[in-house]
Design a protein around this ligand. Structure first.
Ligand SMILES: *Cc1c(COP(=O)(O)O)cnc(C)c1O
Length: 414
């Protein structure tokens, strides 16, 4: 097997929609067609069919006691949020602008929740005025919400985010079980729940232990502990939750050694947990809050090769896009040791001649890498470099203003 064949096989494992033989179509279009359609590279393209498949998988496995919410920060493109809003039971947002995108999507306000540490009055007032849920991150935020609710003569709809004492094992990013700006520590939360203020409605508890996990055992253990923690916290109070948001953290495979998450093991366990919740609270449901898992595999980032050079024996493909549009693929968004995202020459899936290349962007910094020493069909100026698994934490998670390069385009197709 050639080195390229082995690279191709690994990439294809992660993106089963890739063709067995060339040419490549994404959402029914060639990359050249999408290039013309959006008015030039670099661009992100997202495929509704791929999004749909992922949602169908989830919905077919989950009982209706488990609701799926979309975490808008994973990909806040308005057209995508609009599309998603028709197919999930709630939207979770983290800023006023995301709140507006969520409201514009037509999602009912009571199914939109605003979270995040550090909220200006304006932001909380917007959520209260709209009738959205606020996921409280601190005691001070509660006072803020009560004051703003009184001024608006509206009862704030409040949930409480918990910083429990356990951690999500193997998570790409750990969010709990340590000193944290997110949520209330257990004891603090317990106190607050026991003296819940009369002027606000209690709607639920919220957990988010971490992101990008590919181990169903670790995820299940964390979901189990979260529900247990929620039930213990509510014991001895007269509060009745509408829901317990158990977080998510479901990961997708990016790198060579990674295998897809066995979804059914997670969904079966969630169905059981929801039953357990119903024994205490007959109308409550579990919420699974997902970003990356819903959108990550449904997007590609495409840039064009504008230069090719050899330096000290290594070949460089230099593109018109890079870190400023796709920080995660450059390895600078939470990776400890840089690894290549799955990458292909989109218009040369096959080629008799292969070469090992470094793919970089146009920025004047050595951080601007797309792929390090990857073996691909021999590529030329004008060819398309395509980065897969780019639907989540792509454009909006990148420093677009850095070096004042032109912005990337985005399109939702299919
Ligand atoms: C970012 C975030 C999510 C989504 O995380 P993914 O790993 O993308 O699924 C869910 N909940 C909260 C509170 C978040 O901040």
């Amino acid at each position: 097997m050639t080195e390229y064949q082995s690279h191709w096989d690994k990439v294809r494992d992660k993106a089963p929609w890739l063709p067995v033989t060339a040419p490549l179509l994404f959402a029914g279009y060639s990359l050249q067609q999408i290039d013309r359609l959006v008015g030039g590279t670099p661009f992100y393209a997202y495929d509704r069919q791929l999004l749909q498949q992922r949602l169908q998988q989830l919905h077919s496995q989950l009982d209706d006691t488990v609701h799926v919410h979309y975490a808008v920060k994973a990909n806040p493109m308005p057209a995508l949020v609009d599309w998603m809003a028709q197919r999930v039971q709630g939207l979770d947002v983290a800023s006023q602008q995301e709140l507006i995108v969520a409201l514009n999507s037509g999602m009912a306000a009571q199914h939109i929740s605003l979270a995040g540490p550090g909220k200006h009055d304006n932001e909380l007032a917007a959520a209260i005025a709209a009738g959205c849920v606020i996921q409280l991150e601190s005691r001070q935020q509660l006072q803020q919400a009560l004051r703003l609710g009184a001024a608006l003569q509206q009862r704030p709809q409040l949930a409480l985010r918990i910083n429990p004492d356990f951690q999500l094992k193997n998570a790409g990013m750990k969010m709990t079980g340590q000193a944290s700006p997110f949520g209330l520590d257990y004891d603090d939360a317990q106190q607050l729940l026991q003296q819940w203020p009369e002027q606000a409605d209690f709607v639920g508890l919220h957990f988010f232990a971490g992101s990008q996990n590919l181990s169903s055992d670790a995820i299940n253990a964390c979901h189990q502990q979260s529900l247990q923690c929620a039930l213990t916290l509510l014991q001895g109070t007269s509060l009745v939750p509408q829901w317990i948001n158990i977080g998510g953290g479901l990961g997708i495979p990016y790198f060579n050694h990674e295998q897809p998450l066995p979804l059914s093991e997670v969904t079966q366990h969630l169905n059981q947990l929801a039953q357990q919740l119903r024994q205490q609270y007959a109308k409550a449901h579990l919420v699974l809050e997902l970003g990356r898992y819903l959108v990550g595999e449904a997007g590609i980032y495409v840039c064009q090769i504008v230069d090719k050079k050899v330096s000290k024996g290594e070949t460089f493909l230099i593109c018109d896009g890079g870190l400023h549009h796709h920080l995660a693929a450059s390895g600078n968004f939470g990776q400890v040791i840089r690894k290549n995202y799955p990458v292909l020459i989109g218009n040369r899936l096959q080629g008799d001649t292969v070469e090992t290349v470094n793919i970089v962007g146009p920025l004047c910094t050595p951080l601007d890498k797309i792929a390090d020493k990857v073996t691909l069909p021999q590529a030329h100026i004008g060819d398309y470099v395509m980065v897969l698994q780019s639907g989540a934490y792509g454009l909006s998670a990148s420093p677009s203003g850095f070096l004042s390069q032109p912005p990337a385009k985005e399109i939702l197709l299919g």
